[in-house]
Design a protein around this ligand. Structure first.
Ligand code: DSN
Length: 414
């Protein structure tokens, strides 16, 4: 690179990724093909509109790229329509809201403190200023079971037009059938925000909400799906809904699509169709279970009591007396990157909560199996129990570096 300052920063990040272990459950490593498409000359192109209906000339290659991305997305998730232009998960959700709701309409989503996402109604977000949000919660944070009875009661009382199944910090599976039943009772449309688990659904490792009759799925493409940073909106079969969503994305809330990203999404969708990817997704789940076993063995409380997906939410403050912020900081220092997270009923503040959230998508991409995942979980707990013991910390750091070296980040996935 000619820009030496930026080159140095990229190299620094490359080194950090190589030498440490990525445990943030919403992160992953992409293949060199995804990276190549992401950095391709499609960056230079303006393509407002949709394939065959653009506002600029010179679209012979962009149209093909977007059509291919749509075709692959529909095949992968078993649906009729896909919008691949959403810049990320938050605009994807906003587009669905603005496509289907009037200001003041009611939406039902999972409570943020019980694992939901900011875009499902946090007061500081734009959607919460436009629409009214009501929530559902877990019946018991120690089992993770959703309180469907209360959900039905709240839905009957507030008559939401849209019900969202989805989360960013919830370790169990949702009963999509129940969501559809409740939605039918109150006449709501169903949307699954599967940003975290899209890859696991695509691979058949977790249930596809479309199989239970969900109308819409929104997602990001850069988490378990292992694609570029971006968003995705899928519609099972209603052309009317799909058309409204397309209009809501452009010209509703976005301008020119990021064609280089769409090219990279198409590559990732292609990779997700391979048998190798199916194995990867299964391994992500096995690895998360293996890490949860270790936490259970050491009697560290986990929200939901364990995991059915790729992530674990551990109450490190309640079990070990270490705050989420302290845990994030000391683990990061030793090459285990994860994030602090509030837990249901947290008595601490969001910037220094009781929990940590971690997961297995990225380390599984590196080739970790249950054995290594258990080893990492043991090292995490050892660190947290000895956070002020420099000798122990040095030993842990050495082991992490050894593991990272033994499992380099792969370049190709197929
Ligand atoms: N920031 C993402 C996550 O880490 O879960 C969700 O938007």
């Amino acid at each position: 690179m000619r820009d030496k300052k930026i080159e140095k920063l990229i190299k620094g990040e490359e080194k950090r990724q190589k030498e440490g272990l990525e445990l943030i459950p919403s992160e992953n490593y992409v293949s060199d093909d995804v990276l190549k498409a992401n950095g391709s000359v499609f960056t230079n192109k303006y393509s407002e509109g949709y394939p065959g209906r653009r506002y600029y000339g010179g679209q012979e290659w962009t149209d093909q790229v977007e059509r291919l991305a749509i075709e692959r997305a529909c095949k992968l998730f078993k649906c009729k329509f896909a919008n691949v232009q959403a810049h990320s998960g938050a605009p994807a959700n906003l587009a669905v809201y603005s496509a289907l709701l009037e200001p003041g309409d009611t939406v039902m989503g999972m409570d943020l403190s019980h694992g939901g996402h900011l875009t499902h109604g946090h007061p500081m977000t734009l959607p919460a200023k436009i629409y009214k949000f009501v929530t559902y919660k877990m019946k018991n944070p120690d089992t993770g079971e959703i309180d469907y009875e209360d959900m039905l009661k709240v839905a009957k009382e507030h008559k939401p037009k849209l019900i969202i199944a989805g989360f960013s910090a919830y370790p169990r599976t949702l009963n999509y059938k129940k969501f559809v039943e409740i939605a039918h009772e109150v006449g709501a449309i169903t949307m699954a925000d599967m940003a975290h688990i899209a890859g696991l659904i695509a691979a058949g490792a977790l249930r596809n909400p479309f199989d239970d009759g969900f109308d819409i799925i929104t997602s990001t493409t850069h988490k378990t799906l292992r694609g570029p940073r971006g968003g995705l909106i899928l519609t099972r079969e209603s052309e009317e809904i799909a058309k409204k969503i397309d209009k809501a994305i452009f010209p509703g809330i976005q301008g020119g699509p990021h064609m280089h990203i769409i090219a990279a999404k198409a590559v990732a969708f292609g990779e997700a169709m391979t048998p190798k990817y199916k194995k990867y997704a299964q391994q992500v789940l096995k690895n998360a279970k293996a890490m949860a076993e270790v936490f259970k063995k050491h009697k560290v409380r986990m929200i939901g009591g364990g995991t059915d997906n790729h992530l674990i939410l551990a109450d490190v403050y309640g079990s070990l007396g270490v705050t989420g912020k302290e845990a994030q900081s000391v683990l990061d220092e030793l090459g285990m990157t994860l994030n602090m997270n509030s837990i249901a009923g947290d008595t601490r503040k969001p910037m220094d909560p009781s929990g940590i959230r971690f997961g297995t998508p990225a380390i599984t991409t590196r080739g970790f199996k249950e054995r290594e995942c258990k080893q990492v979980a043991e090292l995490m707990i050892k660190t947290l129990k000895n956070k002020d013991n420099n000798k122990v910390k040095m030993e842990v750091h050495k082991e992490i570096k050894k593991l990272a070296k033994k499992f380099p980040i792969p370049k190709s996935f197929v």
